[in-house]
Design a protein around this ligand. Structure first.
Ligand SMILES: NC(=O)c1ccc[n+]([C@@H]2O[C@H](COP(=O)([O-])OP(=O)(O)OC[C@H]3O[C@@H](n4cnc5c(N)ncnc54)[C@H](O)[C@@H]3O)[C@@H](O)[C@H]2O)c1
Length: 267
């Protein structure tokens, strides 16, 4: 039996990239998927792909920064697709590279979409899951939430998401609700940041591979597999964790170590 049979899952930001890969994987494992995104056309396209593969899916155009609209959407999702057993908070936005010179608007916007938006989704789903004494949440954070890799407002928001994950896990465990976070490193997607970087250097993903113990950046499905595990009963005793899915990026500094070796070669 498929591990998400009879489960309805919401995936936010599922119009593109990692969110679409998560939606596809959950659907392949039996879930009914609510594809939620501010980009209605992209969400429709994802839902079409899922249905073409023989799964049950529906697109919902919603802005996660708008709490009243989001609450209405979650009610509609449960009416159409059934009680939600899994929420994946994946929607995100960043285009502000450095702290110095950052506009105030950019700071507010990135904290609003990434942290407040995630909180809104939790606020909308937790009472529903509590009533049923069952549910799982997977928040997509980032390695940026634990180290500096640029994009400071986004990173501060991701650090907040990791902490929020612990709050939910601690407070809602008694209601049978689990909450975990996944921390991707670089993932090959065409989001705003990677598009700009790729325009500057078409080989960027290949070059970045040397920073990773596994020698490559992630593909979206690498992240989707981890999400699918953490959201399922196979992870039934796991809650409150922040799992790096980063090919070993946070484990060590291979490029720096390479420089030590060069120094010792000189002796
Ligand atoms: N790509 C990477 O290298 C990488 C690395 C670490 C973490 N992540 C995280 O993975 C997740 C997916 O990233 P991606 O690269 O697929 O990004 P993406 O930009 O392709 O997808 C994000 C989606 O969120 C949607 N979205 C943005 N604002 C929204 C809003 N207000 N309401 C509803 N939807 C909104 C966008 O329309 C988009 O479809 C994000 O949480 C991101 O922070 C990505």
């Amino acid at each position: 039996m498929k591990r998400y049979a009879d489960t309805t899952a919401i995936v936010t930001g599922a119009a593109h990239g990692i969110g679409r890969a998560i939606a596809r994987r959950l659907a392949a494992e039996g879930a009914n998927v609510a594809v939620l995104d501010i980009d209605g056309d992209g969400a429709d396209e994802t839902a079409r792909i899922l249905r073409k593969d023989g799964n049950r899916a529906q697109a919902f155009r919603t802005d996660i920064t708008d709490f009243p609209a989001l609450e209405g959407t979650f009610a509609e999702i449960e009416a159409n697709l059934g009680p939600v057993g899994l929420l994946v908070n994946n929607a995100a936005y960043t285009d502000a590279g450095a702290l110095e010179g950052m506009g105030l608007d950019a700071w507010h916007r990135e904290v609003d979409v990434n942290l407040n938006g995630t909180y809104h989704c939790l606020r909308a789903i937790l009472p529903r899951m509590k009533e049923r004494m069952d549910g799982a949440v997977v928040n997509i954070a980032s390695v940026n939430g634990v180290r500096y890799f640029g994009n400071p407002s986004y990173s501060a928001a991701k650090a907040g998401i990791i902490n929020l994950t612990q709050s939910v896990a601690s407070e809602y465990g008694k209601y049978g609700i689990r909450c975990n976070a996944v921390l991707p490193g670089s993932v090959r997607t065409d989001n705003v940041t990677w598009t700009i970087r790729q325009q500057k250097d078409p080989d960027i993903f290949k070059k970045l591979g040397r920073w990773y113990a596994l020698g490559r950046v992630a593909e979206p499905d690498d992240i989707a597999k981890a999400v699918s595990f953490l959201g399922s009963d196979d992870a039934g005793y796991i809650t409150g964790v922040a799992l790096p899915v980063d090919g070993g990026l946070l484990a060590g500094m291979n490029v720096m170590i390479g420089e030590f070796v060069l120094e010792s070669d000189k002796e």
